[in-house]
Design a protein around this ligand. Structure first.
Ligand code: 6GU
Length: 225
């Protein structure tokens, strides 16, 4: 899978995919992430990519021309399944969307900045608009990193334990159960006995019960779905 990300602050995306699971995915050739600097595609002086908004008002707007130059240049090499704009007014990202996007071959993510991007670019180039939650970030980069991580780890072969993505919180609308590791006792606090029993049927049942209990307590809204 290939994920290209267009940004005016490419440095922000230098590190998130260079560690841990994302690093492994790239090393195994399962995930390719390319960060593209929008300023390389502007024909305006001083690498300008934004301008005042028509009609007045505070805040700059990203111009359509550099964005179209960048996208059309990339499209010469790659046919994108989706061109996604990260924006607080997009549809809210969740595990289902991550699952769907992990089945695609090529994604192009566009990070907005300032007051937003020229609406004509959204109308004519964007195929999907995604928000990562009801709060405002100063740019789309951290959201693009969230998407790339959530999607990348679902690509078959990225996680060592194939079953572990399926047992994540949200995969079945249930939160994950509690987990424990050594030591068995710390300051008198004991690991639940059943986990030491070696009885996998009982352990699975206990974990499922715990998942349901946690979801009822913390996210009853998930159980309604
Ligand atoms: Cl995708 N972008 C920005 N700038 N803010 C956000 C967001 C995205 N999702 C939630 N807040």
């Amino acid at each position: 899978m290939r994920i290209d990300i267009i940004s005016v602050v490419p440095d922000l995306l230098a590190s998130p995919f260079s560690h841990s699971i994302m690093k492994r995915a790239r090393e195994r050739g399962l995930l390719e992430v390319n960060v593209i600097n929008l300023r390389e595609y502007t024909t305006y002086a001083r690498a300008q990519v934004d301008d005042y908004q028509f009609g007045g008002g505070a805040g700059m707007v990203m111009m359509i021309e550099p964005l179209v130059n960048a996208v059309e240049s990339l499209q010469k090499e790659t046919k994108y399944d989706e061109i996604i704009f990260l924006t607080p007014d997009g549809e809210q990202f969740n595990q289902k969307t991550a699952n769907n996007l992990s089945l695609k071959n090529n994604l192009l993510l566009i990070c907005g900045h300032y007051k937003g991007i020229d609406q004509r670019f959204r109308d004519h180039f964007i195929t999907k608009e995604i928000s990562i939650g009801d709060y405002v970030l100063s740019g789309g980069e951290l959201a693009a990193a969230v998407l790339t991580d959530a999607i990348g780890r679902l690509i078959p072969g990225v996680l060592n334990d194939e079953s572990s993505a399926l047992s994540d919180s949200f995969q079945d609308n249930l939160l994950a159960p509690p987990v424990y590791t050594r030591p068995e006792t710390f300051r008198g606090w004991k690991v639940p006995e059943v986990l030491l029993s070696g009885n996998h049927k009982l352990i699975d049942e206990w974990r499922h019960e715990q998942s349901i209990k946690r979801t009822q307590e913390r996210r009853p809204d998930l159980m309604d779905e």
